[in-house]
Design a protein around this ligand. Structure first.
Ligand code: SF4
Length: 454
């Protein structure tokens, strides 16, 4: 009899802890699957990872009939639940996600018999591929009836997730582009708004614009929508001052999630900085390119799969270029990075075969930020994340040699790190950034004076 088909009592004995004798949950146990009819009855919880994108993705999925809720619980209890249910050596993002699920399920807000949780995975070669069993194991201990759905494109699991049809994938791609647009316009407006709350109003107006587009058939009119978004943010009166610009790069979860990065974006806004956050689409393109490179460099993947990914890449990159063109034509806001430029930046620092975790994308983003006027960078890394420490912290010296003004601070995020310590490290980096900005403005002033005299 296969091990995972053993009766419950025997499994408990087999996996009983040698010390206390208490049954240990085995991740090869049977676990509840999400059946298609559960779409009608279950609320699906998703972790708070992408504040700018998940609201749009939630709307798209709601239109497909799914009841989705994005979790925003972020008290210390979330981290403590994570620590209770996974080993403290586990990746910090897994700990946060699991803690957020368990804390929410314990809150009494949800009918646990009609709740499921959803995780998206890229299925990389690092521990990212283990999140599914980790979550299942943690939930089995307290909420064995809660199914875990996965969205992944690497065949980690089939038949237990939201079926990703081509139309749904298309909508998700558009949703990511729109989320990126809103994020970049909002971040370039908020620090300079003359009237408090005006940038937020513009953001809400743009979100409504996107929802309306998904309600009708206009969601594919990305050029028109991008222009309307730019106009909406342009209408916000801005001060025109110069402020310190700070880029945020790093492991995908701690880069975007306020829970994972101790509300880094809010902190930088409180410090009167403009945040520059690379788009989520760059990460998607990074994953697509890695699949293509897998064939070229490692002789993995079939010719057909590589061909399909090449078409996907062409399609997404074309859209990205068109959006960048619209931003440039208007000239008010800085566009997001061009992905081919990112690849060229990566080639200066590291080989594109380094693809564990966020791999070559991190140095590429740091180099591209330096080349586009953002020298100050927070490199957010989960403590103990080997791939990101190598491709993040590990390349800082090389980057500093290449870009003399680059001012990078790698910051570790883990359950025992205090927010004060993290913020103090960032404040040191900001002190240098403010000095550099002062010098730059002085130089500009002197140059303007000289030109006036001529
Ligand atoms: S990238 Fe790092 S933090 Fe993320 S799963 Fe891999 S090892 Fe863990």
């Amino acid at each position: 009899m296969p091990e995972n088909k053993l009766p419950e009592e025997q499994r408990e004995q087999k996996y009983a802890c040698g010390g206390c004798g208490v049954g240990v949950v085995d991740f090869t146990d049977d676990y509840p699957t999400f059946k298609p009819e559960m779409k009608e009855t279950h609320t699906i919880l998703i972790p708070d990872m992408l504040p700018y994108h998940f609201e749009i993705i939630k709307y798209v999925l709601a239109k497909e009939g799914y009841k989705i809720e994005v979790l925003h619980n972020d008290s210390r209890a979330v981290i403590d639940e994570g620590l209770k249910h996974v080993h403290n050596d586990t990746c910090f993002p897994a700990l946060c996600v699991i803690g957020q699920y368990i804390d929410a399920l314990k809150s009494g807000k949800y009918d646990v018999d009609h709740t499921a949780v959803l995780i998206s995975q890229t299925g990389g070669g690092c521990r990212a591929s283990n999140y599914l069993p980790l979550i299942r194991k943690a939930l089995k201990a307290e909420f064995p009836q809660v199914p875990v759905l996965s969205i992944n494109f690497s065949g980690l699991e089939k038949g237990n997730g939201i079926p990703m049809t081509v139309p749904l994938l298309l909508k998700a791609a558009y949703a990511i582009f729109y989320g990126d647009n809103i994020m970049t316009l909002y971040n370039q407006t908020l620090p300079y708004e003359k009237e408090k709350g005006a940038a937020e109003k513009a953001r809400q107006a743009c979100l409504q614009m996107v929802y309306d587009a998904f309600d009708g058939k206009g969601y594919k009119k990305y050029k028109q929508l991008t222009r309307r978004m730019i106009e909406t943010f342009k209408a916000v009166p801005r001060t025109g001052e110069k402020k310190v610009k700070v880029g945020i790069v790093g492991e995908i979860y701690v880069k975007y999630s306020p829970l994972g990065n101790s509300h880094l974006e809010d902190f930088l806004h409180e410090e009167d900085c403009e945040t520059v956050i690379p788009g989520l689409m760059d990460f998607v393109l990074y994953c697509v390119v890695n699949t293509i490179n897998d064939r070229k460099l490692y002789k993995r993947n079939s010719v057909l799969l590589t061909f399909v990914y090449k078409i996907v890449y062409k399609f997404l990159y074309h859209m990205q270029r068109e959006i960048i063109k619209i931003f440039r034509e208007d000239g008010t806001f800085e566009p997001l990075h061009d992905f081919e430029h990112l690849r060229r930046c990566a080639d200066k620092v590291i080989n594109q075969g380094v693809k564990m975790g966020e791999g070559w994308l991190i140095p590429a983003e740091m180099a591209a930020l330096a080349e586009t006027g953002t020298d100050n960078i927070v490199c957010a890394q989960p403590f103990g994340c080997l791939p990101n420490h190598i491709a993040g912290k590990g390349v800082v010296r090389t980057l500093k040699n290449m870009y003399k003004d680059e001012n990078i601070v790698p910051v570790d995020y883990d359950p025992s790190a205090t927010r004060v310590n993290q913020e103090n490290r960032i404040k040191l980096m900001l002190a240098t950034a403010r000095e550099n900005l002062k010098r730059e403005m002085q130089a500009e002033g002197e140059k303007a004076e000289k030109e006036d005299k001529r």
